[in-house]
Design a protein around this ligand. Structure first.
Ligand code: NAD
Length: 239
C-alpha cells in the first residue's frame, strides 16, 4: 500500500543511540530521579532551582550530541514525500530539526525554549535558565520556566495532531513505550481513520497489540530500512 498521508510519532528511543537517555528503561531518567520533583507543576512550585538544574543539564547534554541515522531517515522522508506528512515528537531535544525535518511538532515542548509565566511569551533559550532569569519580552525576573509540558499539563498542538491522525492512512510510532497519554492513544485514533499502523521499537511496547505490525530493532537500523522500503515503493509507482 502506498500512503497518501503519513503521521509519525517519535519518543525517547529514537534519540537513545545519539546518547540521550530514555525515561522508563532500566537506567533511564525516571529510574534516577522522581519525575514528581522535576516534571510536574507542583515540583516546580516546591523547588524551581532543582527543576532548572535538571533541564540545564539536559540542555547542555543536547548540545553535545548529534542526530542519528533514524532522525536523518525521517528528515529524508519529510523531504521526499509530497503527500500530507506530520512528524509528532514527544522529545524535547532538537535532533529532528537538526537532521532537517520541517513538518514537525513538539507535543511536549522544547528544551531550547523558555516560557514566561508573567506575559505568556516564548523565547529561544539555548543556555542555562535560573530563578533569576529575565524575560526578554516583558523584562520580568524570576518567572521564566522551561517550555516543556509537565505531567498534568496539556500537550501542545493537539488540534493539528488529531486532524492529521483523522486523515492519515499510515501511522508509525518509533521508540516510544506507549505509556504516556495522550500519545499512547494515537494508534487507536489512526486505526479509526482506517490507517495502517506500524510500531518500530527496541522491544514490543506496552500497546504493541494495537498495531497492525510491530518491528523490533534499534532505531538506527529499522527506521532507515523502513523509510528506504517506503520510498522505493513510492518511486516504483512514480516510475
Ligand atoms: P520511554 O522512555 O517511556 O520509552 C522509550 C522507548 O524506546 C522504550 O519502549 C524502549 O524500548 C525504546 N528504545 C530504547 N532504545 C531504543 C533504540 N535504540 N531504538 C528503538 N527503540 C528504543 O519514552 P517515551 O515513550 O518517549 O515516553 C514519553 C515520555 O515523555 C514519558 O516517558 C515522559 O516521561 C516524557 N515526558 C517528559 C517530559 C519532560 O521531560 N518534561 C514531559 C512530559 C512527558
Amino acid at each position: 500500500m502506498i500512503p497518501s498521508s503519513i503521521v509519525i510519532l517519535t519518543g525517547a528511543g529514537i534519540s537513545a543511540e545519539s546518547g540521550l537517555s530514555t525515561f522508563r528503561d532500566i537506567g533511564g531518567i525516571w529510574s534516577k530521579i522522581d519525575y514528581r520533583d522535576v516534571a510536574t507543576p507542583e515540583g516546580y512550585a516546591r523547588n524551581p532551582g532543582l527543576v532548572h538544574d535538571f533541564y540545564n543539564r539536559r540542555r547542555r547534554k543536547m548540545k553535545s550530541v548529534q542526530p542519528n541515522a533514524a532522525h536523518h531517515a525521517l528528515a529524508r522522508l519529510d523531504g521526499a514525500f509530497d503527500g500530507d506528512f506530520l512528524l509528532v515528537t514527544q522529545n524535547i531535544d532538537d535532533l529532528h530539526e537538526s537532521a532537517g525535518a520541517r513538518r514537525l511538532v513538539h507535543m511536549h515542548g522544547e528544551l531550547a525554549s523558555a516560557l514566561c509565566e508573567a506575559c505568556g511569551q516564548r523565547s529561544r533559550w539555548p543556555g542555562d535558565m535560573s530563578v533569576n532569569s529575565q524575560c526578554p519580552h516583558c523584562a520580568t525576573v524570576g518567572r521564566l520556566r522551561p517550555d516543556v509540558v509537565w505531567f498534568g499539563e496539556m500537550p501542545y498542538h493537539m488540534d493539528r495532531i488529531y486532524a492529521a491522525l483523522g486523515g492519515c492512512d499510515l501511522f508509525v510510532a518509533i521508540g516510544t513505550s506507549g505509556s504516556v497519554y495522550p500519545a499512547a492513544q494515537f494508534v487507536e485514533e489512526a486505526a479509526l481513520a482506517g490507517a495502517r499502523t506500524v510500531e518500530l521499537n527496541l522491544e514490543p511496547s506496552e500497546n504493541h497489540a494495537l498495531f497492525d505490525d510491530s518491528i523490533q530493532g534499534q532505531a538506527t537500523k529499522v527506521v532507515p530500512q523502513f523509510v528506504d522500503d517506503l520510498l522505493a515503493r513510492m518511486g516504483a509507482r512514480a516510475g
